[in-house]
Write a protein that binds this ligand. Structure first.
Ligand code: GCU
Length: 622
C-alpha cells in the first residue's frame, strides 16, 4: 500500500514526468540512457577506417536510386576476399583497407588535405562483443556532426540529425562475437533548414567528435533518473524504467552520504517518484562549495548512478537567486574547442579541466556560457566538479527557417535531447533557446514553443536567449532598449553588445550610453568583446586588433556595465580565439575569430587582466 506521501509524489511526478502530449511527439525515439557516460560499457574509441565520399557515391546510384553493389560502404562484405574469390567482381571502395584515424575526432585533422573538407565521410569500426541473450545492447553516440546514418553488420539502424546531442540505437540480437562491422555515414552538410544553418561564426568540425560506446544492460533498466532539490527544500526523484518488466518493478533510491534510502513500486509505465525532506547535513551546490553526491537507483538487476549537486535557482525581481541568495554571474563565453594551434573539437576530461580552470582560477569567474550548442559531457561534469554555473544552449542561431514545421520539430527534439542529457547537472542554471535571431511572427512563435518545452521538461531552470535591441537618442546620448518580443517568454534578459567594435561608436563615449531596461527583470550581457591578435601592439593611437585596443574596449565596456542597475552578470565574448571561416584578415585573423582573451595556444592578452581584476574586485578581492 503506497503511503499518502508516495501517492502525492506520484501525482506530482505524473504532472512533471508525464510530458504533455505536445512534447511527447518530440522526445527522442530511442532510450534516454541518462548518465550513460557513467555506465560501464565498451568504448569504441580508437582506430576507425574512414573513406571520403564528396559526391555521396555510397548513398545513391549515378542516376539516383539504389546504390550499386560495388559502392555500398555499409555492406557486411569482406571486399578483399570477395575480389580474390571473383577477379571480375568490381568494387570501388574497401572499408577494411581504407585509411585509419583515431576517433573521436573531427575529420579536419585526419590529414592536411582534410582541413577544409565539408561533406560525407564513411567510418568503420570492427569490434568483438560478448552478446548475452539475457541482456540488451545499445550503441550510444555522444554526438556526430552534423548527421549520421548507422549500420551494424550490414543492417541499417537509423539516422540522427544534429551535431551536438547524443543518440542511441538498440542492437540486441544483432551483435556477433567476432568482427562486428559498425559503419557510420557522417555528413557535415547543412541546408537552410538545419539547426544551426549553414552560416555561423564558428568552424564546422565534421565527423564523430564524441565517444561511441556499446552498453549492455539488463532487460529492464533505469533509463532516466531526474533528481533535484525542490524550492521547498525537499529532494525529488523521478525515475523511469525501460523494458518489458518495468510495470510493478520494485525501485530503490539511495543517496548514501545523506543517509537516504527509499523504496517504491514502478507504475505500469515503469515510472516511480520519491519526495523526501532534505536532511540537515545536505550541503547545497554552489561555486564556493560545489558539493556533489552519488545517487544510486536500483531496479531488478540494474544498478544506475549519477553524481549530482543539489541547489535551488530562482528569479526575484532583477536578481538571480542561487540557494535563496542573490548571485552576480562573473562569466566568460567559450566554444567547444580545445587549446592548440590545430584543434579538432576533441574535449577530453583534461581539455575540459584546462579550459574551465582558466576561467575559474585565472579570471575569477563563477559562470561560463557554453556557446552556441550543447557541449560535450566532460565540460558539464567539470563545471559541476569545480563550481562553475553554466549557460547551455541549442544552436538556434541567426537565420533559422522559422516558418518550417519540420525544422521546428527537429529543433524541439534537439532541445529535449540536450535537457534530458543534462538536467541532473547542478552547474546548469540557464537554458538558452536562441542567439540573435531576427524578429518576426514565425520566429516568435517558434521560440515561444521552445520556451514552453524547456519549462515542461525542466521547470526548475531559468530560460534565456540573446535578444535583439533597439537604440534611440535621448538628450543627445544613445539609449538602448530591448525591443524583442521574446523578452516576455524568458526568465532572464540577455543581450550581445558590441559598441566600440561593430559600428562607429568611440570607446571614450560608450561609458555614458544609457540602457533603458525593465526594473524587475535580471539582465545579462551574454556577449561583448573586441578582437586582438596576440603580440600585435599599437604605436600611438590603438588600432582595432591591437592588444591595447582590446584592453581599452574592456575598460570602456565595463564602465558602461557598471551603470546598469539590473545587471545580474555577464559572459564576455570570448575566453579563447576560435576557428571561424568568416574571419580572413591576413596576418591578423587567418581563419580565427580573435576576440579571445587568450590566444588559441592559451597565451593571455592584455585585456585578460582587465577582466580578471574587475572580477576579483567583485569577488571581494580573492
Ligand atoms: C555574435 C555571435 C557570436 C560571434 C560574435 C562575433 O554576437 O553571437 O557567435 O562570434 O558576435 O561577432 O565575434
Amino acid at each position: 500500500m503506497l503511503s499518502r506521501l508516495a501517492a502525492l509524489s506520484l501525482a506530482i511526478a505524473a504532472a512533471l514526468f508525464l510530458p504533455s502530449a505536445a512534447i511527447a511527439q518530440v522526445l527522442p525515439t530511442g532510450p534516454v540512457l541518462a548518465a550513460a557516460d557513467l555506465r560501464d560499457g565498451q568504448d569504441l574509441s580508437g582506430p576507425w577506417n574512414w573513406s571520403i565520399d564528396p559526391y555521396r557515391d555510397g548513398q545513391a546510384g549515378f542516376h539516383g536510386g539504389e546504390t550499386g553493389t560495388g559502392h555500398r560502404r555499409y555492406d557486411d562484405t569482406d571486399v578483399s576476399a570477395a575480389r580474390r574469390a571473383d577477379p571480375l567482381a568490381l568494387y570501388e571502395y574497401d572499408m577494411d583497407t581504407a585509411p585509419v584515424a583515431i576517433l573521436p575526432s573531427s575529420w579536419l585533422t585526419h590529414t592536411p588535405q582534410m582541413r577544409h573538407y565539408q561533406g560525407l565521410v564513411w567510418y568503420q569500426r570492427r569490434f568483438d562483443a560478448a552478446p548475452d541473450p539475457e541482456r540488451r545492447s545499445f550503441l550510444r553516440f555522444g554526438a556526430v556532426n552534423y548527421s549520421a546514418e548507422v549500420w551494424l553488420n550490414g543492417q541499417r539502424l537509423g539516422r540522427h540529425d544534429g551535431g551536438f546531442t547524443p543518440f542511441a540505437f538498440e542492437v540486441t540480437g544483432l551483435l556477433r562475437e567476432r568482427g562486428n562491422r559498425l559503419v557510420i555515414a557522417a555528413d557535415s552538410h547543412r541546408s537552410e533548414r538545419d539547426v544551426p544553418p549553414p552560416v555561423t561564426d564558428w568552424e564546422t568540425y565534421g565527423g564523430i567528435t564524441r565517444e561511441v560506446r556499446l552498453l549492455t544492460l539488463p532487460k529492464t533498466f533505469v533509463d532516466d533518473g531526474l533528481v533535484r532539490l525542490a524550492p521547498d527544500g525537499s529532494l525529488l526523484a523521478d525515475i523511469r524504467l525501460d523494458g518489458a518488466g518495468r510495470g510493478g518493478m520494485a525501485v530503490r533510491l539511495a543517496i548514501p552520504e545523506l543517509g537516504i534510502e527509499q523504496s517504491g513500486i514502478a507504475d505500469s509505465e515503469g515510472r516511480a517518484s520519491f519526495r523526501v525532506a532534505a536532511p540537515r547535513q545536505l550541503q547545497r551546490w554552489s561555486p564556493d562549495n560545489p558539493r556533489l553526491y552519488r545517487v544510486e537507483i536500483t531496479a531488478g538487476d540494474d544498478r544506475w548512478h549519477d553524481i549530482v549537486g543539489f541547489r535551488t535557482l530562482a528569479v526575484d525581481g532583477s536578481r538571480i537567486l542561487l540557494n535563496g541568495a542573490p548571485i552576480f554571474l562573473r562569466g566568460i563565453s567559450l566554444h567547444e574547442e580545445e587549446l592548440g594551434a590545430n584543434p579538432t573539437r576533441r574535449i577530453t576530461d583534461a581539455a575540459a579541466e584546462t579550459l574551465l580552470t582558466e576561467a575559474r582560477d585565472g579570471l575569477h569567474a563563477n559562470f561560463v556560457r557554453l556557446a552556441h550548442y550543447p557541449h560535450a559531457e566532460p565540460m558539464l561534469r567539470e563545471a559541476d566538479r569545480i563550481g562553475l554555473i553554466v549557460w547551455s544552449e541549442i544552436p538556434v542561431y541567426w537565420r533559422i527557417a522559422f516558418a518550417d514545421a519540420e525544422v521546428l520539430e527537429r529543433t524541439r527534439r534537439m532541445l529535449a535531447e540536450m535537457i534530458l542529457r543534462d538536467r541532473n547537472r547542478a552547474s546548469i542554471a540557464l537554458w538558452s533557446i536562441g542567439n540573435e535571431t531576427p524578429i518576426g511572427d514565425a520566429r516568435n512563435s517558434f521560440m515561444v514553443q521552445l520556451a514552453q518545452d524547456a519549462r515542461t521538461l525542466d521547470p526548475d531552470r531559468l530560460i534565456t536567449a540573446a535578444l535583439l535591441t533597439g537604440r534611440e537618442e535621448r538628450g543627445g546620448l544613445p539609449v538602448v532598449t530591448i525591443t524583442d518580443p521574446l523578452a516576455d517568454a524568458v526568465d532572464v534578459l540577455a543581450v550581445n553588445s558590441y559598441f566600440g567594435w561593430y559600428g562607429g561608436d568611440r570607446l571614450e563615449d560608450i561609458g555614458s550610453y544609457g540602457w533603458d531596461l525593465p526594473a524587475d527583470r535580471p539582465f545579462l550581457f551574454s556577449e561583448f568583446g573586441a578582437g586582438a591578435t596576440l603580440g600585435l601592439h599599437a604605436e600611438g593611437t590603438p588600432q582595432k586588433f591591437t592588444e591595447e585596443y582590446q584592453a581599452q574596449y574592456y575598460h570602456a565596456t565595463l564602465a558602461m556595465a557598471k551603470g546598469i542597475p539590473t545587471l545580474a552578470g555577464m559572459s564576455p565574448w570570448v575566453l579563447k580565439d576560435f576557428r571561424s571561416p568568416r574571419r580572413q584578415l591576413p596576418f591578423i585573423q587567418d581563419g580565427w575569430n580573435r576576440k579571445g582573451l587568450i590566444s588559441e595556444t592559451g597565451e593571455r592578452k592584455q585585456a585578460y587582466a582587465v577582466l580578471a581584476d574587475w572580477y576579483a574586485r567583485l569577488d571581494g578581492g580573492r
